[in-house]
Design a protein around this ligand. Structure first.
Ligand code: B12
Ligand code: SF4
Length: 477
């Protein structure tokens, strides 16, 4: 059997500019799904997000490979593109099985109940594809329990109302088949250097997941709806083995919250040190975790952790409480200090609220200047489809809440007129770019990287200033 797995392309300019200029990660989700396909079957991955002409490329590959099954992955923002691609498959050959998985399929499977999609997979996909292929070969139906749904199943509606399935145990989840993608295409901007220079600012990077889920439930986050508070952890040995087998020197941990269990993460770092696995790492961590377990980050620094994304979200107590972040301004400040002392570069992320006034933007600009040198990025508070706050706000969305769900386009009404809002948003991002460690610490980088950073950064900022124009292309506007 031939299985073709497809990652859709981004439609909005900001998303394209982000991945051209700053980071573009491998489709780990599809590599893991591919891991569930038996060796007697053939599996291919198409990452349409790296193609300049994705539709033409997709059609050509569809004809060339002539698969028996096509599987799509996607976030909420990709729903329409996935339906379009599935229709192309149907028009090409009505006997090809089409299936879709990923975050949105898990949250709102009913959105994929269209003629061109046969199976909707909820939750972990590597184990599900294995079972689906086994069933196919036995001539059984491909849909089963609430993990693989068929819109044609009389119980479909009822099954969509069930909570997403709990992930299988981590040992059952297959390892990613990384070699199925063009590895040279994936990179992440790197601004951390101990020596004052970098061979490249855009190193190749591999993604790796050591845990799934999170014990917290911040009001703006979708993870509680996907994982229901479950936190699944891979064993330190398993993680260290996978890292050792990766050829890239730089690794991006894509865990929702990697550091919640200090013993486990400390042991991973110890193993990396003991086994002399020398790589550089980026991860996310909560500010309170950094404050609670500074020694864990010290050992991770030794193991190669160079950059940490911290969701500071706000330096305002009222906002932090509103977001149910369960941290406070003081803790944010302490975490920043600890990272400075340890020599780990901070990547701070803040939430821009649609309610922001000119003064709120100015206050945040001041915070950014205070953090310098650091990487700083921003998202606009946007309720994710399928969450309580999405249903609560359904009546007031100002645009298509799927297509524009990129946490950059406000889907909620803004207090400032949109053009003004995005002028401030663009300015904020531009200020943040100028505060980055490469510039502030005068880190030496190759000239071609400097050129790439300036052009990529300028194009990105330009696209942010112009976000307000995208609303004109929306049918609701
Ligand atoms: C790393 C990451 C990124 C990376 C990109 C990763 C990539 N591969 O391109 C970066 C930092 C660039 C990024 C950007 C964005 N991200 Co992001 N990201 C994540 C994060 C933290 C991990 C994703 C990951 O790699 N998971 C590991 C894989 C292995 O797990 P998985 O995706 O769940 O896949 C499994 C199953 O879903 C299933 N499955 C998946 N696909 C398929 C397909 C088939 C056929 C089958 C059978 C099964 C199946 O099997 C997989 C294997 O176990 C998630 C959080 C999360 N838990 O999902 C957020 C998350 C996916 N991102 C999110 C968002 C909103 C974005 C942005 C739109 C906004 C932003 N500014 O951050 C942008 C847009 C990017 C884009 N390309 O369009 C949201 C999506 C919410 C939603 N409703 O869609 C999430 C859930 C974060 C959150 N807490 O809200 N992101
Ligand atoms: S934002 Fe981070 S800490 Fe909060 S629920 Fe989501 S993953 Fe957990």
């Amino acid at each position: 059997m031939k299985i073709l797995l497809v990652k859709p392309y981004p439609e909005l300019l900001v998303a394209k500019r982000l991945q051209e200029g700053f980071l573009h990660l491998e489709p780990l989700e599809l590599e893991i799904v591919a891991g569930g396909v038996s060796r007697e079957d053939e599996v291919f991955i198409l990452d349409l997000s790296i193609e300049s002409n994705p539709l033409e490329f997709f059609l050509n590959e569809l004809v060339r490979i002539s698969p028996d099954m096509v599987g799509f992955s996607g976030y909420s923002t990709n729903v329409d593109v996935i339906k379009k691609l599935a229709k192309m498959v149907r028009n090409y050959d009505q006997y090809i099985i089409t299936c879709v998985g990923g975050v949105h399929a898990t949250l709102l499977p009913q959105d994929y109940a269209v003629d061109q999609i046969d199976i909707i997979v909820r939750g972990e996909g590597g184990t599900v594809i294995k079972e689906m292929l086994r069933r196919f070969k036995k001539g059984e139906t491909l849909h089963y329990d609430n993990r693989a749904l068929s819109p044609k199943d009389p119980d479909f509606e009822a099954k969509t109302k069930l909570a997403p399935p709990v992930y299988p145990s981590v040992e059952e989840i297959p390892r990613p088949r990384r070699y199925l993608v063009q590895r040279s295409k994936y990179f992440c901007v790197w601004t951390s250097s101990q020596s004052g220079k970098l061979d490249t600012m855009f190193p190749r990077v591999a993604s790796l997941r050591t845990s799934i889920g999170c014990a917290f439930s911040c009001s703006f986050c979708v993870i509680p709806f996907l994982m229901h508070g479950k936190y699944l952890q891979r064993s330190p040995i398993d993680v260290a083995d996978e890292i050792a087998a990766i050829s890239e020197e730089h690794i991006y941990f894509v865990d929702d919250e990697m550091f919640l269990n200090p013993e486990r993460v400390a042991r991973i770092a110890e193993l990396l040190i003991e086994r002399c696995i020398k790589k550089k790492y980026i991860s996310w961590a909560r500010s309170d975790t950094i404050v609670k377990y500074p020694e864990v980050f010290r050992i991770w620094k030794k193991a190669g952790l160079e950059l940490i994304y911290v969701g500071l979200e706000s330096m305002d107590k009222i906002r932090l409480d509103e977001y149910s972040k369960r941290t406070d301004v003081e803790t944010n400040g302490k975490a920043i200090e600890i990272l400075k002392q340890l020599g780990i570069t901070l990547h701070a992320t803040f939430i821009v609220h649609p309610d922001f006034t000119r003064d709120d933007f100015k206050r945040l600009e001041k915070e950014v200047k205070g953090l310098c040198p650091a990487e700083v990025t921003f998202t606009v508070l946007s309720p994710s489809p399928g969450t309580t706050s999405w249903y609560d706000n359904k009546k007031i969305f100002i645009c298509d809440p799927y297509r524009f769900y990129d946490c950059m386009h406000s889907v909620l009404p803004t207090r400032l007129p949109l053009k003004r809002f995005y002028q401030h948003f663009g300015r904020l991002n531009s200020l943040a770019l100028r505060s980055n460690p490469i510039r502030v610490n005068k880190i030496k980088i190759p000239l071609k990287d400097l050129y790439r950073a300036i052009t990529g950064g300028t194009k990105y900022i330009f696209s942010l200033y112009n976000i307000y124009k995208d609303y004109l292309t929306d049918k609701r506007w």
